[in-house]
Design a protein around this ligand. Structure first.
Ligand code: ZN
Ligand code: ZN
Length: 350
């Protein structure tokens, strides 16, 4: 009988459950990674609250933000060795043939299979991934930091690959969750003046962003006049780049209102419902460029890891909790309200 491990899965009833799974055996070109940290993402909170109609075969172990130690090599693996500390990129399989793969936009490969959704993810003691999804971690990067590389990579993809933030830009990020905060830090690392905006409920996160992460302006819109600040900082023109990270239409409208003419809106937030009413007239009137930015691709992962390793982005203050898999309910409670910022699991702890 094969060895067993614990894994937090979305079960056949589309509910989260901690279960026993066989320890995976890496196939040709794949490795087995002993997971040291796995971060809870808004996507995972979505599975917890709503299940998911999009996931096919269940049960599946969730979690896609992780890092660990290479534990076993499949046949033909040559680039990583047993014992390597690695960041786990989220790709289980891409086709390598479609037009998006040909231009290295593997995040939108038409045949992409990701971990933590279609294949077993990192909320488990072990995960099987292709060797091409491993990035070796420099010694000065901790596992806590390693778990946040995915989130920063999303911000890098938005602010550096989908649009290019310049050092004299004023950037407005709307929505101070982990994604928005790291998008703000990515824009800050590019030299921009950055405003991170949220609502009254976001006050604890805005405080950390201001005091520990060094974001230039952290605005609680229930108390402060965001529009006045943006206009004051830009001679009345508006923000060069707005990054929407809340996934709600009032936030999108704020971006549309405060972006300058010929400015850019980068859409990172995930909308969970269609808009009832949306006035897109300013898109035309201001010649606004709007683009989506979906997750990340390998180029962004490498830049994100480098920013952390070189001390240009400090992600440590975002880690609010490190929990055992057994305490998953507490973790999801904390991650879904502002008592936790970024909640990580340490799957080896019992
Ligand atoms: Zn995520
Ligand atoms: Zn492809």
């Amino acid at each position: 009988m094969s060895e067993m491990m614990r894994g937090l899965c979305l079960n056949e009833d589309r509910k989260l459950e901690l279960r026993e799974f066989p320890v995976p055996e890496p196939k040709k070109g794949y490795v087995r990674v002993k997971v040291e940290r796995g971060g809870i993402c808004a996507t995972d909170i979505g599975y917890w609250k709503f299940g998911s109609e999009r996931l096919g075969e269940l049960p599946v172990i969730i979690g896609h933000e992780g890092c660990g130690i290479v534990d076993k090599l499949g046949e033909g693996v040559s680039d990583v060795k047993k014992g390597d500390r690695v960041i786990i990129m989220t790709t289980y399989e891409v086709c390598g043939k479609c037009r998006y793969c040909r231009e290295e936009a593997t995040n939108i490969c038409i045949n992409r299979v990701g971990i933590g959704s279609k294949k077993n993810g990192v909320f488990a003691e072990y995960v099987e991934i292709p060797e091409t999804s491993c990035i070796k971690m420099p010694d000065n990067v901790s596992f806590d930091e390693g778990a946040l590389v995915e989130v920063l990579a999303c911000g890098v993809h938005a602010t550096r690959e989908m649009t290019t933030v310049h050092m004299d830009d004023v950037v407005l990020v709307s929505g101070p969750g982990p994604i928005g905060t790291l998008a703000a830090m990515s824009a800050k690392a590019a030299g921009a003046t950055v405003i991170l905006a949220g609502l009254a409920q976001d006050a604890p996160r805005l405080k950390i962003a201001k005091e520990q992460l060094g974001i230039d302006y952290c605005v609680d819109q229930s108390k402060e006049d965001l529009k006045k600040l943006v206009m004051d900082l830009t001679d009345g023109y508006g923000a060069d780049v707005c990054v929407e990270c809340a996934g709600v239409y009032p936030s999108f409208n704020t971006c549309l209102d405060l972006v300058r003419k010929k400015g850019t809106i980068s859409q990172m937030g995930v909308f969970h419902a269609p808009a009832k009413e949306l006035d897109l007239y300013p898109v035309l009137q201001k010649e606004v460029r709007i683009h989506g930015s979906l997750s990340q691709k390998p180029t962004a992962w490498h830049i994100a890891l480098d920013l952390i390793a070189k001390g240009k982005v400090d992600v440590k203050p975002l880690v609010s909790d490190v929990l055992k898999l057994e305490d998953w309910e507490e973790g999801f409670e904390k991650a879904s309200n502002v008592t936790g910022f970024k909640v990580l699991f340490a799957p080896q702890d019992k």
